[in-house]
Design a protein around this ligand. Structure first.
Ligand code: XIL
Length: 342
Protein backbone atom coordinates (compact mmCIF):
# COMPACT_ATOMS: atom_id res chain seq x y z
CA UNK A 1 0.00 0.00 0.00
CA UNK A 2 1.14 3.53 -0.68
CA UNK A 3 3.15 4.98 2.18
CA UNK A 4 1.98 8.42 3.18
CA UNK A 5 4.10 11.23 4.54
CA UNK A 6 4.30 11.19 8.30
CA UNK A 7 3.22 14.25 10.24
CA UNK A 8 6.78 14.84 11.43
CA UNK A 9 8.08 14.76 7.85
CA UNK A 10 5.43 17.24 6.76
CA UNK A 11 6.25 19.45 9.73
CA UNK A 12 9.97 19.25 8.90
CA UNK A 13 9.42 20.23 5.26
CA UNK A 14 7.11 23.09 6.11
CA UNK A 15 9.64 24.35 8.61
CA UNK A 16 12.41 24.15 5.98
CA UNK A 17 10.45 26.23 3.47
CA UNK A 18 9.59 28.76 6.17
CA UNK A 19 5.87 27.93 6.36
CA UNK A 20 6.14 26.82 9.97
CA UNK A 21 8.17 28.08 12.89
CA UNK A 22 10.71 25.64 14.39
CA UNK A 23 9.52 22.65 16.42
CA UNK A 24 8.16 23.52 19.82
CA UNK A 25 6.60 26.76 18.68
CA UNK A 26 2.89 26.99 19.46
CA UNK A 27 1.55 27.07 15.91
CA UNK A 28 3.06 23.67 15.05
CA UNK A 29 0.80 21.93 17.54
CA UNK A 30 -2.12 21.56 15.14
CA UNK A 31 -0.04 19.11 13.08
CA UNK A 32 0.96 17.03 16.07
CA UNK A 33 -2.34 16.97 17.97
CA UNK A 34 -4.16 13.61 17.83
CA UNK A 35 -5.99 12.81 14.60
CA UNK A 36 -9.76 12.66 15.02
CA UNK A 37 -10.65 9.95 12.49
CA UNK A 38 -9.43 6.38 12.03
CA UNK A 39 -8.23 7.13 8.49
CA UNK A 40 -6.24 10.19 9.52
CA UNK A 41 -4.75 8.53 12.58
CA UNK A 42 -3.67 5.47 10.59
CA UNK A 43 -2.19 7.61 7.82
CA UNK A 44 0.16 9.28 10.26
CA UNK A 45 1.94 5.96 10.64
CA UNK A 46 1.89 5.31 6.89
CA UNK A 47 -0.96 2.83 7.21
CA UNK A 48 -4.56 2.74 6.03
CA UNK A 49 -7.75 2.07 7.95
CA UNK A 50 -10.49 0.45 5.88
CA UNK A 51 -13.94 -1.09 6.09
CA UNK A 52 -16.13 -3.66 4.36
CA UNK A 53 -19.06 -1.99 2.62
CA UNK A 54 -22.39 -3.31 1.39
CA UNK A 55 -23.47 -1.33 -1.64
CA UNK A 56 -27.17 -1.32 -0.86
CA UNK A 57 -26.50 0.51 2.40
CA UNK A 58 -24.87 3.52 0.76
CA UNK A 59 -28.25 5.23 0.64
CA UNK A 60 -28.41 5.11 4.47
CA UNK A 61 -27.05 8.55 5.50
CA UNK A 62 -25.77 7.38 8.90
CA UNK A 63 -23.89 4.51 7.29
CA UNK A 64 -22.48 6.60 4.44
CA UNK A 65 -21.59 9.42 6.83
CA UNK A 66 -19.42 7.15 9.00
CA UNK A 67 -17.88 5.52 5.95
CA UNK A 68 -17.00 8.78 4.27
CA UNK A 69 -15.55 10.30 7.45
CA UNK A 70 -13.63 7.47 9.06
CA UNK A 71 -12.24 5.12 6.41
CA UNK A 72 -9.64 5.47 3.64
CA UNK A 73 -9.99 2.04 2.02
CA UNK A 74 -13.15 0.18 1.06
CA UNK A 75 -13.71 -3.54 0.49
CA UNK A 76 -16.99 -4.50 -1.20
CA UNK A 77 -18.28 -7.05 1.32
CA UNK A 78 -19.90 -9.44 -1.18
CA UNK A 79 -20.22 -7.66 -4.52
CA UNK A 80 -16.93 -8.92 -6.00
CA UNK A 81 -17.42 -12.57 -5.13
CA UNK A 82 -17.81 -15.14 -7.88
CA UNK A 83 -21.58 -15.55 -7.65
CA UNK A 84 -22.02 -11.77 -7.87
CA UNK A 85 -19.67 -11.04 -10.76
CA UNK A 86 -20.23 -14.11 -12.99
CA UNK A 87 -23.70 -15.49 -12.17
CA UNK A 88 -23.89 -17.09 -15.62
CA UNK A 89 -20.73 -18.47 -17.22
CA UNK A 90 -19.13 -15.82 -19.40
CA UNK A 91 -21.74 -13.15 -18.47
CA UNK A 92 -20.25 -10.66 -16.06
CA UNK A 93 -22.26 -8.27 -13.89
CA UNK A 94 -20.30 -5.46 -12.36
CA UNK A 95 -23.04 -2.97 -11.47
CA UNK A 96 -23.35 -3.84 -7.73
CA UNK A 97 -19.57 -3.79 -7.22
CA UNK A 98 -19.18 -0.69 -9.37
CA UNK A 99 -21.58 1.12 -7.06
CA UNK A 100 -19.21 0.58 -4.13
CA UNK A 101 -16.02 1.10 -6.14
CA UNK A 102 -17.33 4.29 -7.77
CA UNK A 103 -18.43 5.70 -4.42
CA UNK A 104 -14.99 5.04 -2.96
CA UNK A 105 -13.06 6.39 -5.93
CA UNK A 106 -15.25 9.53 -6.05
CA UNK A 107 -14.29 10.27 -2.46
CA UNK A 108 -10.60 9.62 -3.05
CA UNK A 109 -10.65 6.31 -1.20
CA UNK A 110 -8.78 3.21 -2.30
CA UNK A 111 -10.37 -0.19 -2.92
CA UNK A 112 -9.36 -3.63 -1.77
CA UNK A 113 -11.01 -6.33 -3.90
CA UNK A 114 -12.12 -9.67 -2.46
CA UNK A 115 -12.15 -12.47 -3.40
CA UNK A 116 -11.45 -13.55 -6.98
CA UNK A 117 -11.47 -17.25 -6.08
CA UNK A 118 -13.11 -18.70 -2.98
CA UNK A 119 -14.64 -22.10 -2.21
CA UNK A 120 -17.82 -20.35 -1.04
CA UNK A 121 -20.26 -17.99 -2.81
CA UNK A 122 -19.88 -19.88 -6.08
CA UNK A 123 -22.51 -19.71 -8.84
CA UNK A 124 -24.22 -23.02 -9.63
CA UNK A 125 -22.76 -23.31 -13.15
CA UNK A 126 -19.30 -23.86 -11.68
CA UNK A 127 -20.43 -27.03 -9.92
CA UNK A 128 -20.98 -28.81 -13.23
CA UNK A 129 -17.41 -28.21 -14.45
CA UNK A 130 -14.41 -30.45 -13.81
CA UNK A 131 -10.75 -30.74 -14.76
CA UNK A 132 -9.45 -28.65 -17.64
CA UNK A 133 -12.82 -26.99 -18.29
CA UNK A 134 -13.04 -25.85 -14.68
CA UNK A 135 -9.42 -24.66 -14.67
CA UNK A 136 -10.04 -22.67 -17.83
CA UNK A 137 -13.27 -21.11 -16.47
CA UNK A 138 -11.53 -20.27 -13.22
CA UNK A 139 -8.64 -18.47 -14.90
CA UNK A 140 -10.97 -16.70 -17.30
CA UNK A 141 -12.89 -15.39 -14.30
CA UNK A 142 -9.73 -14.02 -12.70
CA UNK A 143 -8.64 -12.44 -15.98
CA UNK A 144 -11.98 -10.82 -16.80
CA UNK A 145 -12.68 -9.39 -13.35
CA UNK A 146 -9.14 -8.15 -12.71
CA UNK A 147 -9.02 -6.61 -16.21
CA UNK A 148 -12.37 -4.86 -15.71
CA UNK A 149 -11.07 -3.16 -12.55
CA UNK A 150 -7.53 -2.58 -13.83
CA UNK A 151 -6.19 0.63 -12.28
CA UNK A 152 -9.07 1.00 -9.79
CA UNK A 153 -8.19 -1.72 -7.28
CA UNK A 154 -5.23 -1.15 -4.99
CA UNK A 155 -5.02 -4.76 -3.85
CA UNK A 156 -6.82 -7.98 -4.73
CA UNK A 157 -7.40 -10.94 -2.50
CA UNK A 158 -6.78 -13.30 -5.39
CA UNK A 159 -7.46 -16.50 -3.51
CA UNK A 160 -8.91 -17.05 -0.05
CA UNK A 161 -9.30 -19.80 2.52
CA UNK A 162 -7.62 -22.75 0.80
CA UNK A 163 -6.31 -24.46 3.93
CA UNK A 164 -8.36 -26.69 6.21
CA UNK A 165 -8.70 -26.02 9.92
CA UNK A 166 -7.23 -28.56 12.29
CA UNK A 167 -3.85 -30.05 13.03
CA UNK A 168 -2.69 -31.25 9.61
CA UNK A 169 -2.10 -28.06 7.63
CA UNK A 170 -3.66 -29.76 4.60
CA UNK A 171 -5.42 -28.03 1.76
CA UNK A 172 -9.18 -27.77 1.99
CA UNK A 173 -11.07 -29.92 -0.48
CA UNK A 174 -12.80 -27.80 -3.14
CA UNK A 175 -13.62 -27.97 -6.83
CA UNK A 176 -10.68 -25.68 -7.57
CA UNK A 177 -8.31 -27.77 -5.46
CA UNK A 178 -9.36 -30.86 -7.41
CA UNK A 179 -7.94 -29.29 -10.59
CA UNK A 180 -4.44 -29.70 -9.10
CA UNK A 181 -2.23 -28.24 -6.39
CA UNK A 182 -0.93 -25.52 -8.69
CA UNK A 183 -4.30 -23.77 -9.11
CA UNK A 184 -3.41 -21.03 -6.63
CA UNK A 185 -0.22 -19.96 -8.36
CA UNK A 186 -1.96 -20.13 -11.73
CA UNK A 187 -4.57 -17.72 -10.36
CA UNK A 188 -1.92 -15.29 -9.08
CA UNK A 189 -0.16 -15.31 -12.46
CA UNK A 190 -3.44 -14.64 -14.29
CA UNK A 191 -4.26 -11.77 -11.92
CA UNK A 192 -0.82 -10.19 -12.41
CA UNK A 193 -1.16 -10.39 -16.18
CA UNK A 194 -4.65 -8.83 -16.09
CA UNK A 195 -3.77 -5.95 -13.72
CA UNK A 196 -0.02 -5.52 -13.26
CA UNK A 197 -0.52 -2.50 -10.98
CA UNK A 198 -2.59 -4.22 -8.29
CA UNK A 199 -1.03 -5.75 -5.20
CA UNK A 200 -1.93 -9.44 -5.07
CA UNK A 201 -2.80 -10.98 -1.70
CA UNK A 202 -3.61 -14.35 -0.20
CA UNK A 203 -6.33 -14.10 2.49
CA UNK A 204 -7.33 -16.57 5.22
CA UNK A 205 -8.82 -16.92 8.71
CA UNK A 206 -7.43 -18.72 11.77
CA UNK A 207 -3.88 -17.88 10.73
CA UNK A 208 -3.31 -15.29 13.45
CA UNK A 209 -1.79 -17.67 15.99
CA UNK A 210 1.77 -18.49 14.97
CA UNK A 211 1.84 -22.01 16.46
CA UNK A 212 -1.28 -23.24 14.67
CA UNK A 213 -0.69 -25.77 11.89
CA UNK A 214 -2.81 -23.76 9.48
CA UNK A 215 -0.70 -20.64 10.02
CA UNK A 216 2.44 -22.67 9.38
CA UNK A 217 0.97 -24.15 6.22
CA UNK A 218 0.06 -20.74 4.77
CA UNK A 219 3.50 -19.41 5.73
CA UNK A 220 5.17 -22.34 3.92
CA UNK A 221 3.08 -21.70 0.81
CA UNK A 222 3.93 -17.99 0.73
CA UNK A 223 7.62 -18.74 1.30
CA UNK A 224 7.53 -21.22 -1.58
CA UNK A 225 5.73 -18.71 -3.83
CA UNK A 226 8.31 -16.03 -3.07
CA UNK A 227 11.18 -18.46 -3.70
CA UNK A 228 9.77 -19.52 -7.08
CA UNK A 229 8.72 -16.07 -8.27
CA UNK A 230 4.96 -16.58 -8.06
CA UNK A 231 3.61 -12.99 -8.00
CA UNK A 232 2.33 -12.52 -4.45
CA UNK A 233 2.68 -9.18 -2.65
CA UNK A 234 0.64 -9.46 0.51
CA UNK A 235 -1.10 -11.69 3.02
CA UNK A 236 -4.40 -10.84 4.68
CA UNK A 237 -4.99 -12.17 8.17
CA UNK A 238 -8.78 -12.00 8.44
CA UNK A 239 -8.71 -11.57 12.23
CA UNK A 240 -12.24 -12.58 13.21
CA UNK A 241 -11.89 -12.89 16.98
CA UNK A 242 -14.25 -14.28 19.62
CA UNK A 243 -13.95 -15.33 23.26
CA UNK A 244 -13.00 -18.83 22.06
CA UNK A 245 -10.65 -17.51 19.40
CA UNK A 246 -9.07 -14.46 21.07
CA UNK A 247 -6.38 -12.11 19.79
CA UNK A 248 -3.35 -14.38 20.32
CA UNK A 249 -0.48 -13.31 22.54
CA UNK A 250 1.89 -14.01 19.63
CA UNK A 251 -0.09 -12.02 17.04
CA UNK A 252 2.78 -9.60 16.34
CA UNK A 253 5.13 -12.57 15.90
CA UNK A 254 2.85 -14.02 13.23
CA UNK A 255 2.64 -10.68 11.42
CA UNK A 256 6.41 -10.24 11.64
CA UNK A 257 7.09 -13.75 10.34
CA UNK A 258 4.86 -13.26 7.30
CA UNK A 259 6.43 -9.84 6.66
CA UNK A 260 9.88 -11.46 6.81
CA UNK A 261 8.97 -13.36 3.64
CA UNK A 262 8.99 -10.03 1.78
CA UNK A 263 5.23 -9.46 1.64
CA UNK A 264 3.01 -6.79 3.13
CA UNK A 265 0.59 -7.96 5.80
CA UNK A 266 -2.87 -6.62 6.48
CA UNK A 267 -5.55 -7.33 9.05
CA UNK A 268 -8.12 -7.79 6.31
CA UNK A 269 -11.47 -8.44 8.06
CA UNK A 270 -10.98 -7.44 11.69
CA UNK A 271 -13.91 -7.85 14.07
CA UNK A 272 -13.85 -8.82 17.75
CA UNK A 273 -16.94 -10.03 19.57
CA UNK A 274 -17.70 -8.49 22.94
CA UNK A 275 -18.53 -5.11 24.44
CA UNK A 276 -17.30 -2.35 26.69
CA UNK A 277 -13.81 -2.17 28.14
CA UNK A 278 -12.92 -5.80 27.41
CA UNK A 279 -13.69 -5.47 23.73
CA UNK A 280 -11.86 -2.13 23.64
CA UNK A 281 -8.75 -3.69 25.16
CA UNK A 282 -8.84 -6.56 22.64
CA UNK A 283 -9.09 -4.09 19.77
CA UNK A 284 -6.17 -2.18 21.24
CA UNK A 285 -4.10 -5.38 21.32
CA UNK A 286 -4.90 -6.22 17.69
CA UNK A 287 -4.07 -2.73 16.43
CA UNK A 288 -0.89 -2.58 18.52
CA UNK A 289 0.30 -5.87 16.98
CA UNK A 290 -0.04 -4.38 13.50
CA UNK A 291 1.67 -1.14 14.52
CA UNK A 292 4.61 -3.17 15.83
CA UNK A 293 5.55 -4.36 12.32
CA UNK A 294 6.55 -1.92 9.57
CA UNK A 295 5.15 -4.10 6.81
CA UNK A 296 1.75 -4.39 8.49
CA UNK A 297 0.38 -1.76 6.14
CA UNK A 298 -3.26 -1.52 7.04
CA UNK A 299 -6.35 -2.71 8.87
CA UNK A 300 -9.87 -3.29 7.54
CA UNK A 301 -12.78 -3.79 9.91
CA UNK A 302 -15.51 -6.09 8.64
CA UNK A 303 -18.41 -3.66 8.67
CA UNK A 304 -19.44 -0.25 9.96
CA UNK A 305 -22.00 -0.65 12.81
CA UNK A 306 -22.71 -3.74 14.89
CA UNK A 307 -26.02 -4.02 13.08
CA UNK A 308 -24.17 -4.22 9.73
CA UNK A 309 -22.00 -7.13 10.85
CA UNK A 310 -22.19 -10.64 9.35
CA UNK A 311 -22.32 -11.77 12.98
CA UNK A 312 -24.34 -8.95 14.47
CA UNK A 313 -25.27 -10.86 17.63
CA UNK A 314 -21.63 -10.73 18.74
CA UNK A 315 -21.59 -6.89 18.46
CA UNK A 316 -18.05 -7.09 17.03
CA UNK A 317 -17.61 -3.67 15.41
CA UNK A 318 -16.59 -0.11 16.34
CA UNK A 319 -19.97 1.68 16.05
CA UNK A 320 -23.25 0.80 17.72
CA UNK A 321 -26.48 0.48 15.71
CA UNK A 322 -27.24 4.20 16.12
CA UNK A 323 -23.86 5.04 14.58
CA UNK A 324 -22.31 6.16 17.88
CA UNK A 325 -18.65 5.22 18.43
CA UNK A 326 -18.13 2.48 21.04
CA UNK A 327 -15.30 2.24 23.60
CA UNK A 328 -13.60 -0.02 21.04
CA UNK A 329 -13.55 2.90 18.59
CA UNK A 330 -11.87 5.16 21.13
CA UNK A 331 -9.29 2.48 21.91
CA UNK A 332 -8.47 1.99 18.21
CA UNK A 333 -8.21 5.72 17.55
CA UNK A 334 -6.03 6.18 20.60
CA UNK A 335 -3.75 3.26 19.64
CA UNK A 336 -3.33 4.64 16.12
CA UNK A 337 -2.50 8.03 17.62
CA UNK A 338 0.27 6.48 19.66
CA UNK A 339 -1.63 5.40 22.74
CA UNK A 340 -1.16 8.64 24.67
CA UNK A 341 -4.63 8.65 26.29
CA UNK A 342 -4.60 5.29 28.06
C1 XIL B 1 -19.05 -12.72 4.58
C2 XIL B 1 -19.97 -11.51 4.49
O1 XIL B 1 -19.65 -10.64 5.54
C3 XIL B 1 -21.42 -11.94 4.58
O2 XIL B 1 -22.27 -10.83 4.33
C4 XIL B 1 -21.70 -13.06 3.58
O3 XIL B 1 -23.02 -13.52 3.78
C5 XIL B 1 -20.72 -14.18 3.72
O4 XIL B 1 -19.40 -13.68 3.61
N1 XIL B 1 -14.38 -14.54 5.25
C6 XIL B 1 -14.38 -13.82 4.09
C7 XIL B 1 -15.50 -12.88 3.82
O5 XIL B 1 -13.41 -13.85 3.33
O6 XIL B 1 -15.75 -12.73 2.45
C8 XIL B 1 -16.74 -13.31 4.54
O7 XIL B 1 -17.73 -12.31 4.34
C9 XIL B 1 -16.48 -13.54 5.99
C10 XIL B 1 -15.45 -14.63 6.19
Amino acid sequence: MRKLLSASLITASLTTVGLLPPAGAASATTLTSPATTLAAAAERSGRYFGVAVQGYKLSDPTYAGILDREFAVVTPENELKLDATEPVQGRFTFAPADRVVDHAVRLGKRVRGQTLLWHSAQPSWLASLRGAALRQAMLNHVTQVAAHYRGRIQAWDVVGEVFADGPTGARRDSNFQRTGDDWIEAAFRAARAADPGAKLCYNDYNIENWVHAKTQAVHRMVRDFRARGVPIDCVGLQSHFTANHPVPADFATTIRNFAALGVDVQLSELDIEGSGATQAENYRRAVTACLAVDRCTGITVWGVRDSDSWRASGTPLLFDPTGAPKPAYTAVLDSLNGGACR
